[in-house]
Write a new protein. Structure first.
Length: 196
């Protein structure tokens, strides 16, 4: 084989190896059941925060519907993990005297804790205080066959509760996801100051 031909073959091998390496660093992780997770992330939190949400895209390339049924993190990150959905209540108003304390959170959201109930929903003002958004615990997050389900602000998310310490930009949080079909996967959520 000529020296020139050997150089072409060597270059082709480098391109193939480089492409494979780029593919393996993709932000997608498969659970082995036709479900894969893309680009998990979370907002950084202020020092007083006790909760944080983790977001991601979940592709179900399988022929059957599935569901995310639970999630967990190391006890060194948060004491409890729940699946939540944020729902909007258009045009909601709250009578004076029903509001408890108001706390301003990162990204300009405001939470209002309602008094007088053991089950306290968390509400966030949306837009010019016309709509209220409420986060509620859900038993599972449905994953339709052949579809991508987005866990994103204003929708489904994995809620880390009783944070041990604030989430800092650049940190990676390992989250283990469990699916109804029996598959599990662990993903590293990148902590960011803004949405990707």
């Amino acid at each position: 084989m000529s020296r020139r031909m050997l150089g072409v073959v060597f270059a082709a091998v480098l391109v193939t190896v480089g492409t494979a390496a780029c593919g393996s660093s993709s932000k997608s992780t498969s659970s082995g059941n036709g479900v894969s997770v893309k680009s998990p992330w979370a907002f950084s939190t202020p020092s007083v925060a006790t909760r944080a949400a983790v977001y991601m895209g979940i592709d179900n390339s399988g022929a059957s519907d599935d569901a995310l049924t639970s999630a967990s993190v190391s006890p060194s990150v948060a004491k409890t993990v729940e699946l939540h959905e944020t729902t909007a209540t258009p045009g909601s108003t709250t009578a004076m005297g029903d509001m408890g304390s108001t706390t301003t959170m990162a990204s300009g959201m405001t939470t209002t804790t309602m008094m007088g109930s053991d089950t306290t929903p968390t509400t966030m003002a949306s837009g010019p205080l016309l709509d209220l958004e409420e986060m509620n615990k859900v038993d599972s997050i449905p994953l339709a066959a052949g579809k991508t389900t987005m866990l994103e602000p204003g929708g489904y998310h994995v809620m880390l509760m009783d944070l041990v310490k604030p989430l800092e930009k650049g940190q990676k949080v390992s989250v283990t996801l469990v699916f109804r079909s029996g598959g599990t996967t662990t993903v590293d959520a990148e902590v960011r100051d803004s949405a990707p």
